[in-house]
Ligand binder design. Structure first.
Ligand SMILES: NC(=O)c1ccc[n+]([C@@H]2O[C@H](COP(=O)([O-])OP(=O)(O)OC[C@H]3O[C@@H](n4cnc5c(N)ncnc54)[C@H](OP(=O)(O)O)[C@@H]3O)[C@@H](O)[C@H]2O)c1
Ligand SMILES: *[C@@H]1O[C@H](CO)[C@@H](O)[C@H](O)[C@H]1NC(C)=O
Ligand SMILES: *[C@@H]1O[C@H](CO)[C@@H](O)[C@H](O)[C@H]1NC(C)=O
Length: 339
């Protein structure tokens, strides 16, 4: 035990662990004793005019291969992304041992009454006996194979998540898209605390309150849509865009790209960004952010971009009793529907 403690202590410096997984990112200690790489690859392809984009053969397998070669050790997926089989193939074909890769997947919203069998379905697609992190994708639920709401208390879903961890099917368990009062209720009524909360965090959606709340409760935050509206051509979302002068002056100073500055900023805030790209050069650059450090003044300047502007805002679900976000007076049409 004594020697074990010394070995453990030597890996953990200020809550950051030196990685021994062969990747580029340090690891962060979770509240259950497991560690998570400080950055990961996002794999959701998004929507087009027909609804959720169809995944073409090898469209995700090839970027995941590039990512593993570039030093990523965290891959973020979900049942609903329809790409778990390709991620499984990329991992099997790679030279990186399974135990050095941190796989995150999420519970399908249509399967909240069948957590264990839903997870086993994901494990089968991923071709692995366990995932490193299993998240409740959303606090709201649908009936199986249906667009009809189902009302399932997320406390009941969480009991099955705890069982998934007990059975070793998921090393860590967590939540996504939960709000503060939902997490408070979960903490008050659970045996296993969520290790991770995955929510939108980017320059114009800082999530200051939620991140502080998570930190105070020992929950690590993963930042989805970490670029926010950085590459948007629309005039509606607030700045910054990739041409922003402040971002470019920092990029020049550190000889980095603007996306690298943004991702470095997020990791220095202590959150785990999961930038998505299917371009090799971008995938390689996005992970190469661990050889420079933004100053406290620069961190402050970047924090001033916050406008509490939510980009991922599925208001078409807002009539569900467990809908976690602010409600809109006129909800948006549902992009999941192909019509
Ligand atoms: N839990 C949830 O409910 C939830 C919700 C949303 C997202 N997520 C997860 O979070 C991941 C990331 O979020 P996201 O995909 O919404 O947005 P994102 O990662 O912030 O942005 C992705 C966009 O940025 C572009 N991009 C990436 N790196 C770039 C670079 N270096 N230079 C220029 N453009 C670059 C990508 O284009 P290319 O691909 O063409 O390079 C893509 O259009 C998702 O893939 C998914 O895994 C989870
Ligand atoms: C913005 O416009 C450029 C040039 O037309 C295009 O390449 C890019 O994909 C667009 N970005 C988005 C987020 O639609
Ligand atoms: C959090 O979610 C609950 C539903 O479980 C909702 O009643 C509440 O209004 C939400 N809080 C905020 C701040 O949106």
């Amino acid at each position: 035990m004594f020697y074990f403690s010394i070995i453990l202590a030597s890996f953990i410096i200020n809550g950051r662990c030196q990685q021994t997984d062969g990747g580029k990112a340090p690891r962060i200690l979770l509240n259950d004793g497991n560690t998570i790489p400080a950055i990961g690859l996002g794999t959701f392809l998004g929507f087009d005019e027909h609804g959720q984009k169809k995944v073409e053969p090898r469209e995700i397998e090839i970027p995941v291969t590039w990512a593993l070669n570039a030093g990523y050790r965290l891959i973020d997926t979900a049942y609903i992304y329809g790409n778990q089989d390709q991620i499984g193939v990329a991992i099997r074909k790679s030279d990186v041992p399974r135990e050095n890769i941190f796989i995150v997947t999420k519970l399908d919203m249509h399967d909240q009454r069948n957590v264990i069998s839903a997870l086993k379905k994901s494990l089968h697609q991923l071709n692995t006996p366990y995932v490193d992190l299993f998240l409740i994708h959303f606090p709201i639920a649908f009936k199986p194979n249906s667009e009809e709401f189902d009302v399932i208390d997320y406390l009941d879903t969480w009991k099955d998540m705890e069982e998934a961890k007990r059975q070793g099917l998921a090393k860590s368990i967590g939540i996504s898209n939960f709000n503060i009062s939902q997490i408070e209720r979960l903490l008050a009524h659970s045996e296993v605390k969520p290790a991770v909360l995955q929510v939108e965090v980017n320059l114009n959606f800082a999530q200051n309150k939620l991140i502080k709340f998570a930190k105070d409760n020992g929950i690590t935050v993963m930042a989805y849509s970490p670029f926010g509206s950085l590459f948007s051509n629309s005039s509606i979302p607030p700045p910054p865009r990739v041409h922003d002068p402040l971002l470019n002056s920092l990029a020049e100073k550190y000889r980095k790209t603007v996306p690298q500055i943004v991702l470095r900023y997020l990791t220095q805030r202590g959150v785990v960004p999961i930038p998505k790209s299917t371009h090799k050069d971008r995938i390689e650059k996005n992970v190469d952010i661990f050889d420079f450090e933004l100053s406290p003044d620069e961190m402050d300047m970047l924090s001033n971009f916050n406008k509490d502007y939510r980009l991922v805002w599925p208001s078409f679900w807002q009539d569900h009793p467990y809908y976690p976000f602010e409600k809109k007076s006129k909800p948006d049409p549902n992009p999941f529907h192909a019509d």
